[in-house]
Design a binder for this molecule. Structure first.
Ligand code: GLN
Length: 204
């Protein structure tokens, strides 16, 4: 049984836990460093990245999360979680993990009221899709979302908006989405992540 943790300091962790349960995984909520022991994968949810970063520092999670990410633990950051994974956050240096070779702009699309939804073409999801899901666009919900402004050499771009703005990427054991798959019924991204967990990417 794969052990998936969901960082449960602030934000939409309950929704990620519910989606994982629908997929037959029994996830655990991570609040303290001891909750990280024995995990096969970790999801960092959306919410407010500065708050999550500060709480992770207070609870002494930051260093341990960095170490696990560097050791190859599969990690997926959604929205604020993506910002926490990024090596560079434009215009600021709040506490974050800096694991993934991407530069992120927070609130790249404006205020909360400018949140939007978009149907994205994401060929990588075909790997986990059923016959009828193949080629189907992914309905993505953006809530005061960040965008990816730069990707490093080893980073695979998974999805972009029509105007070319990058909104999902992967670098080995690290997955980042600017949007919130846990708020939709479509479980393909969660299955994609479980696939990463199960594919032996984890050198930890
Ligand atoms: N704007 C938020 C932040 O950067 C992220 C929003 C979200 O996770 N939905 O903290």
């Amino acid at each position: 049984m794969r052990r998936i943790g969901v960082l449960a300091l602030q934000g939409s962790f309950i929704e990620h836990i519910a989606t994982l349960k629908r997929l037959g995984v029994e996830p655990s909520a991570v609040k303290l460093p001891k909750d990280l022991v024995g995990l096969d994968g970790l999801i960092i949810p959306g919410g407010e990245s500065t708050t999550i970063g500060k709480l992770a520092t207070t609870y002494k999670l930051i260093e341990e999360l960095k170490r696990l990410g560097e050791d190859g633990l599969p990690m997926w950051g959604t929205c604020a979680g993506m910002t926490l994974l990024a090596r560079e956050i434009e215009g600021a240096t709040p506490p974050h993990l800096g694991l993934m070779d991407i530069a992120v702009e927070r609130n790249a699309f404006g205020w909360q009221v400018e949140s939007f939804e978009a149907d994205l073409v994401i060929p990588a999801l075909d790997r986990v899709g059923s016959e009828e899901e193949k080629g189907k666009r992914f309905h993505a919900i953006f809530i005061r979302a960040p965008s990816i402004k730069r990707v490093g050499e080893g980073v695979e771009v998974l999805a972009a908006l029509d105007e070319g703005i990058i909104v999902a990427a992967r670098q080995g054991n690290l997955l980042a989405t600017a949007f919130h798959p846990e708020l939709t019924e479509d479980t393909r991204f969660h299955r994609y992540f479980l696939n990463m967990v199960g594919s032996g990417q984890n050198a930890a």
